[in-house]
Design a binder for this molecule. Structure first.
Ligand code: ZN
Length: 862
């Protein structure tokens, strides 16, 4: 992978290192290294004053640190305005330059230094690390909430600091705010005293050493759910208190049980003095693991649509993911964001591991395959994929490291590692790593060495290929029988992107029979191909699948003889994980242009009515919808849509299980497009048709409205108007904005596109949730004119928006298209000039689905 050698700004910084003529942009890796070597014992005392409606907050800071050798020191401060500063009690006129403040060498000392700074920083509805949320649902007074969100490098937009993960500091926070506000931060409240003008000053105890991105506070009229022994505290805005009392209790229970389990699994007690969870409406992420004070997106806990069992388990996974970070990320932190996967990969993997132990009946590893693997494989087979370890030359680029590679591939690869090492060595390696680096920082090879030490297995080659190399293997099987016995079985691999790379792979090959139990044969494929000796002379199987139990990471396609057998028999395969893996393999064959999408669709139409497994039904319906909307010809779609509509309506009304009725209801919403289908949606909205046992929630209704608007239903506009009247809540206003974005009309698209890029007061989650509606699958003609502009806006988006927004933006605009012309436009843009290298990779990742769509349509035009 190409990496810029040394950024120009860094050269200037290094050339002028004795007197910093020009400060570098962002935080170059070298600056971070140099500071980490020179600076230690960092302590921040921070005071902010929060007043309702104010566009800024006044901040006072006392920063203490030790300096090893006398030299100028750069502090990071990227936003806001300086009022005054002193270094070791000498007043100074500090200047902000390229997001830094230079503390001059002649005012510093070796050993302890004290810096005092007064400043103002902004608070806004979007685009700033201090976000204001106004609660439209609060009957009394439209209450206001303010919260911080700094990851990966926005602490330096809120106060001057050393904004790098390996300069951990001890924070003491003091907040002055209206006296009816509740304030949550990393540490416990130490004191609260009355201040002038109905304000109150809240002081928090000093934290343990934490990275700047993990420091946080949330303030506003939050209410805490009633305290209960052994359960972590949970805070919610006051207008949702009653709902939270009814619906959020399980969140505290799963966190408490998870805490117990993880403390024992890691052989490390919970690393911080307390653990709170705060529900934040419209939070940019599902959750953020601030040390001792996790923020969760309110919508991930208080569901806006009628939830299924699976939705509840996904919520538990989220809670356990953020909880795991308290050890993996907060207690031991990656040294730099190039090792982001260390915290995200493990949090994700351990969340499933914990849930599998706490809820042994839930088939959690099947869920892991369904939720984790497809996203990982989808990115990892594109030309824009990256290694798990990603060079980050400047912290400015850290946002680009977030995505399916760290959230999905890394846990998938860890599952393979746990299989290779065995459960006990895997656990002992983790324990050793956490013990040796507690409250400090570490790198991926520290972890690999810990695994090597406990297992005695050399892992350097394994890590080189899985952590440092990009891409993934495609594994093929070939077998033949003679006289009713297997005469030959071999597996082989090649890089899906065509390089000569070969990965070390360990897998369980399943020999499957019609009338007897499956036989598993272990294979360790370390070269290009392997003859599996253990299988020779076994009874001739019906079909062979090379990744039973889902231990290995790669694309596992069925050979043609096995594929035919699977297509004929898949409905009768009782083991849910096996059935799911085989369905996954068939879908891979569609995306790989081996199986015609029309032939594939015949299978779910035949088998879905009998599918009782909620998550499998859900993923089959999602694949079917993709095939209908993207892959098949219009004639095929016209043939299949009425069948799906009829099936969805029938199952929505008559499935025995409530969860399945909800899944089918959502499928009807997604696939209805004929007048009859749309009529059903309207009947559900106006109450003439009910999904038995399901009480529609506001977002269920809004999703129906959005579908009607997008399909240009004659009653769409009236329905939207009626829903606005019916639901004028804060959420309702957001969802109305989303629904309107789907209107198939050029003026609307023009107005929205401008709003997305130019309206700074539009909350980010409103825009993010509208992207899909704006680019509704059937509106590619209307949205095609915006494709190029959407690509051209990427640098602005990378700069201004929170982590996941850019990927959502790109995916929505590119997936909104299905044609070769749109594909050509994306590639023309890639050739058009200087494009930031990591934006280029993101575009190559996103265009892969369009490439596949065009290839599938070309190969299977009918
Ligand atoms: Zn995470």
């Amino acid at each position: 992978m190409a990496n810029p050698l040394v950024p120009a700004s860094l050269l200037i910084f290094m050339a002028a290192s004795s007197s910093l003529a020009e400060a570098p942009r962002g935080i170059p890796r070298e600056l971070a290294r140099q500071r980490a070597a020179q600076i230690s014992d960092v302590r921040y005392r921070l005071a902010f004053a929060l007043s309702p409606k104010a566009a800024t907050t006044a901040g006072e800071e006392e920063l203490r640190f030790k300096l090893k050798t006398l030299q100028p020191v750069l502090l990071d401060f990227r936003d806001g305005r300086l009022l005054s500063a002193s270094v070791n009690d000498a007043d100074l006129d500090l200047k902000q330059e390229n997001g830094h403040l230079e503390l001059p060498g002649d005012k510093l000392r070796t050993g302890e230094n004290t810096v005092r700074i007064s400043f103002f920083v902004p608070i806004a509805a979007a685009g700033k690390p201090l976000t204001r949320f106004e609660d439209q649902d609060d009957q009394d007074d439209h209450s206001e909430y303010v919260y911080s969100l700094f990851v990966p490098m926005d602490a330096s937009m809120a106060f001057p600091c050393f904004d790098q993960p390996d300069l951990k500091g001890r924070f003491t926070l003091e907040l002055t705010a209206p006296d009816d506000w509740t304030i949550v931060s990393n540490a416990a409240v130490a004191s609260a005293t009355a201040a002038r003008g109905g304000q109150r000053r809240t002081r928090f105890a000093e934290t343990l050493p934490i990275s700047t991105y993990l420091f946080a506070f949330a303030a506003g009229p939050f209410r805490q759910l009633p305290a209960s022994a052994g359960l972590p505290a949970l805070y919610v805005r006051k207008s949702k208190f009653e709902r939270a009392q009814a619906e959020a209790t399980e969140v505290r229970q799963i966190a408490a049980r998870g805490m117990q389990y993880l403390s024992s699994f890691f052989a490390q007690p919970f690393p911080f003095p307390k653990y709170d969870m705060v529900l934040i409406p419209g939070l940019a992420y599902g959750g953020m693991e601030h040390a001792g004070a996790t923020f969760l997106r309110e919508e991930s806990v208080l569901f806006r649509t009628a939830p299924t069992h699976s939705d509840l388990l996904n919520r538990d996974i989220l809670v356990l993911h953020e909880l795991t970070h308290q050890w993996f990320g907060n207690l031991v932190t990656m040294r730099w964001f190039d090792d982001l996967w260390l915290k995200e990969g493990f949090a994700q993997y351990m969340a499933y591991q914990a849930l599998a132990t706490l809820q042994p009946d839930e088939n959690v590893w099947k869920r892991f395959y369904e939720s984790i693997k497809p996203e990982a494989y989808a990115i990892d087979s594109t030309k824009g994929t990256t290694p798990i370890y990603q060079e980050i030359p400047n912290l400015e680029d850290a946002k680009s490291a977030y995505g399916a590679i760290v959230y999905s591939k890394a846990p998938g690869v860890l599952k393979q590692l746990a299989f290779v090492l065995g459960a006990e060595h895997f656990q002992r390696g983790l324990q050793l790593y956490l013990k040796e680096h507690a409250y400090g920082n570490a790198e991926w090879n520290d972890l690999v060495h810990a695994f090597e030490r406990v297992s005695g297995k050399p892992l350097d080659h394994w890590a080189e290929m899985w952590i440092r190399h990009r891409g993934m293997p495609q594994v093929g099987v070939s077998w033949s029988c003679a006289g009713g016995r297997l005469s030959e079985l071999s597996v082989s691999q090649h890089d899906v992107l065509g390089s000569a790379d070969v990965w070390p792979l360990a897998m369980q090959i399943g020999l499957n029979y019609a009338n007897r139990d499956q036989v598993l044969v272990r294979a360790d494929l370390n070269g290009k191909a392997l003859e599996v000796a253990g299988a020779k002379d076994a009874e001739c199987p019906n079909f062979v699948f090379a990744n039973e139990e889902d231990n290995a990471y790669g694309r596992f396609l069925l050979d043609s003889r096995s594929r035919e057998a699977v297509i004929a028999q898949i409905g009768g395969i009782r083991d849910p994980l096996r059935r799911t893996l085989l369905w996954g393999s068939l879908w891979d064959s569609v995306r790989n242009t081996e199986l015609a999408p029309g032939d594939y669709l015949a299978l779910p139409v035949r088998l879905l009515p009998g599918e009782e497994d909620e998550t499998l039904a859900r993923s089959l319906l999602s694949h079917s919808t993709t095939a209908l909307h993207r892959y098949v010809s219009p004639a095929r779609r016209n043939e299949y849509v009425p069948r799906f509509e009829a099936l969805a309506e029938d199952r929505m009304l008559h499935s025995a299980k409530l969860d399945l009725r909800i899944v089918w209801f959502r499928a009807l919403e997604a696939t209805a497009e004929t007048p009859q289908g749309l009529a059903r949606l309207k009947e559900i909205l106006n109450g003439r048709l009910a999904v038995p046992g399901v009480e529609l929630r506001p977002l269920d209704r809004w999703n129906l409205v959005t579908a009607l608007v997008a399909h240009g239903d004659p009653e769409g506009a009236a329905t939207l108007g009626a829903e606005k009247q019916r639901d004028a809540s804060g959420d309702g206003q957001k969802y109305a904005y989303v629904a309107e974005a789907a209107r198939p009309e050029a003026g609307t698209k023009q107005r929205y596109f401008k709003d997305f890029l130019q309206n700074a007061s539009r909350p980010e989650d409103w825009v993010e949730q509208s992207l899909y509606a704006f680019n509704y699958w059937n509106e590619s003609g209307l949205t095609a004119p915006y494709l190029k502009e959407a690509l051209e806006a990427l640098p602005q988006i990378k700069h201004e928006r929170k982590i996941f927004f850019l990927e959502d933006w790109l995916t929505a605009f590119i997936d909104g298209q299905q044609s070769g012309a749109a594909q050509a436009e994306v590639y023309a843009y890639l050739k058009s000039g200087e494009i930031d290298p990591d934006l280029r990779l993101k575009i190559l990742q996103a265009v892969d689905e369009l490439d596949r769509t065009v290839a599938i349509r070309r190969k299977f035009p009918n």
